[in-house]
Write a protein that binds this ligand. Structure first.
Ligand SMILES: [Zn+2]
Length: 155
């Protein structure tokens, strides 16, 4: 009868034996990573995606994960908002321009000669003088100043 082996750990029963595991010596620099990896594995948080990303980093490839994808989407959203604000600004600017033009038109009308010409439309010459007509002060151009003054005298 052979001498029984008594060194080392007592062997587990057949049905409780773990599958064979590799034993490696680890440099102290990478030990913290291995410890964290083992912890994550135990917690079940070491997904194939994470493993793949880790290998990608080690191989010098970029990580395309959800976080950076979300950043890109966020940037796109902000960019879209900015573009729509720009077009809104352009719209408002053109509205301001048209209002300014209308204002100039009205201001001009106020300072134009107020006398009606033969066609019934208003004289479009600038009113440089003021004439008194039936107790009312009128803005008139130099040409119509005489007409209004003469009418006033004849009344
Ligand atoms: Zn006039």
């Amino acid at each position: 009868m052979a001498k029984q082996e008594t060194r080392g750990r007592k062997a587990l029963p057949e049905n409780k034996r773990k599958p064979p595991q590799a034993t490696v010596k680890i440099n102290s620099i990478i030990l913290p990573f291995v410890i964290q990896l083992k912890g994550s594995l135990k917690k079940g948080s070491l997904s194939p995606d994470i493993l793949q990303n880790l290998f990608n980093v080690l191989n010098g490839k970029s990580i395309a994960n959800n976080a950076s994808l979300k950043q890109v989407q966020k940037y796109d959203d902000e960019h879209r908002k900015a573009v729509s604000l720009e077009s809104e600004t352009r719209l408002l600017k053109s509205e301001i321009r048209s209002l300014e033009a209308r204002y100039e038109q009205l201001k001009h009308k106020e300072h134009d000669c107020q006398v009606l010409i033969k066609t019934g439309a208003r004289c479009t010459k600038p009113a440089k003088l003021k004439a008194s007509w039936q107790g009312i002060e009128l803005n008139v151009c130099t040409q119509h100043f005489k007409t209004v003054s003469n009418q006033q005298k004849n009344n």
